[in-house]
Design a protein around this ligand. Structure first.
Ligand code: S6P
Ligand code: ZN
Length: 159
């Protein structure tokens, strides 16, 4: 069974994010206000916990808020630890930023496994015209810390 079917067969957590859940993250607040009337779906995350290792399958909608592509909220891990990410379908960009403010922007090729280094906040952006789906693998204890992104944001805006 491939990873996607494995996760979708029996996930433990499902997270649905709509624009309202992350409205302050987008740079064009006028565009946000217009779109909030319909509050579009941004992405759904299915997570499966298997002891010390967790897997997630994220399905992102295509679209833009103003000029900025739909993206995930982005987070650091509460317990510093790396993560693997593998694009299943669609066109994605990975944005990384560490505490020193160093950034990286990586185009994610389908079929390649990428490593998100420890200590980097990470965000995925759907730069395509169709859904973007990807699998992540990480330590269960990694957790999600959204505070850094909420306070400082990412320097890189993907348009
Ligand atoms: C978890 C991993 C993914 C994201 C998911 C949504 O470490 O990076 O499962 O949680 O892609 O992103 P976010 O930033 O809303 O948690
Ligand atoms: Zn993560």
């Amino acid at each position: 069974m491939d990873a996607v079917h494995y996760i979708k067969k029996g996930f433990d957590n499902k997270v649905v994010r709509k624009l309202k859940d992350m409205s302050s993250f987008f740079s064009d607040q006028k565009a946000v206000q217009k779109l909030l009337k319909e509050n579009p779906l941004m992405y759904v995350v299915y997570e499966k916990i298997e002891g010390n290792v967790s897997y997630s399958f994220t399905v992102m909608e295509p679209g833009k808020v103003g000029e900025e592509f739909y993206m995930t909220k982005g987070h650091c891990h509460e317990v510093p630890s790396p993560e693997l990410i593998h694009i299943v379908d669609g066109e994605g960009v990975l944005v990384l930023q560490n505490e020193k403010g160093e950034t990286k922007k990586i185009k994610l090729e389908k079929g390649i496994i990428y490593v998100i280094p420890t200590d980097y906040a990470h965000r995925v952006v759907n730069v395509g015209k169709k859904k973007l789906s990807f699998v992540c693998v990480y330590q269960t204890k990694a957790g999600h810390d959204y505070s850094i992104v909420e306070k400082e944001g990412f320097k890189i805006i993907v348009k």
